[in-house]
Design a protein around this ligand. Structure first.
Ligand code: FES
Length: 62
């Protein structure tokens, strides 16, 4: 599902980026994927997805 329509970024892409330690914050996501750079409607959702992914990766023990 798209999290940021303006940048066409999906929750899967975000989760993958967090899992590969490419990003760990909304700022990283903004810089690398352009998320939340335009209308800003995705801000909260994007943060939630990052947080979920971070929780998941830390509970995996990796
Ligand atoms: S939906 Fe992400 S900036 Fe518009």
């Amino acid at each position: 599902m798209y999290v940021c329509i303006c940048a066409a970024v999906t929750d899967k892409q975000i989760k993958k980026a967090v899992a590969s330690e490419e990003i760990c914050s909304l700022r990283d996501l903004c810089e690398q994927y352009g998320v939340a750079r335009q209308c800003g409607n995705c801000c909260h959702h994007a943060k939630d997805v990052i947080q979920q992914a971070l929780n998941q990766s830390s509970s995996d023990g990796s």
